[in-house]
Design a protein around this ligand. Sequence first.
Ligand code: KG4
Ligand code: ZN
Length: 335
Amino acid sequence: MKVLGIETSCDETAVAVVQDGRTVLSNLVSSQTDLHARFGGVVPEVAARAHVETLNPMMQEALEQAGCRFADIDAVAVTVGPGLVGALLVGIAGAKAVALASRAEFVGVNHLEGHIYANFLEHGPPEPPYVCLVVSGGHTMLVHMPAEHRYEVLGQTVDDAAGEAFDKIARFMGLGFPGGPALDKLARTGNPEAIRFPRAMAESGDYDFSLSGLKTAVLRHVKAEQAAGRAVDPADLAASFQEAIVDVQVSKTIAAAEEKGVPTVLLGGGVVANTRLRERMETAGERADVRVLFPPLELCTDNAAMIACAGASRLALGERTPLDVGADPGLELAS
Ligand code: KG4
Ligand code: ZN
């Protein structure tokens, strides 16, 4: 079965063809970073217009790379939320048109479910239950999955998302937008113990996160050092900030896995591309005797292969989405 995946929830236009829910035949991502960089963040209307221009040629290209035509597509899976409403609508309209014209099945997918299912491309799902850490530009949450497609949110950020925190500090440090990858790179040459930033809510006894205090602490530290006439080493600053985020994420994720007694932890979302998070999660998993899975780098950040994978799994369970479905910018992980 060939599924065409379409993802336009934010500033990436992504189209993929995935066979049998596992084999990626093509996976194209067109980033709009350059269009938004001068604004220092994603401008929703600019994003939607760029999707309109890019989607059709990308579908053609994805089919070509996969060696097939529209008529060979058995189903179309598209992100229906959460995300920017105008951006989502472009992908949904395109997906509906292809499904109708190609007489293909149609299924709507939750973007966060896509990030989780990115782990199942190639190898398929291991035996549930799982605990999932979803960390992206818009979300930071811990989720218990007693079974596939069943979600119990254990906790989430009370303020900024992890990716948002990375982007804000990177911007403050002049590393550009989005700054997560640049900050990650800089941190590799720094000392993570150089500055002891607060580990917000590490001891709160629940699975919630708070990141805005850390951001304030970083700004305050830099101002104080500058006022005292001392230079701040950017690599040490990046490494110490990153360590404070990663520390809390690792300890809460492992605690949740132990409390729920799950054998497997799944990591998903753009921030899972972070070198230090991957390293620390792997080590902590070995120590706690839980299997930690994360997608290959290119499948951590937004892509359409993950949407096709989650969609294929829903289709296999007999699920179909009516063609009158709309975009849901605040869509939650339903159980
Ligand atoms: O999942 P994603 O591609 O888009 C959303 O659904 O939001 O995540 C994007 C976020 C951005 O905030 C970006 O800075 C962050 O993921 N990110 C990283 C890294 N790569 C991407 N953050 C830290 N380290 C990275 N290597
Ligand atoms: Zn995402």
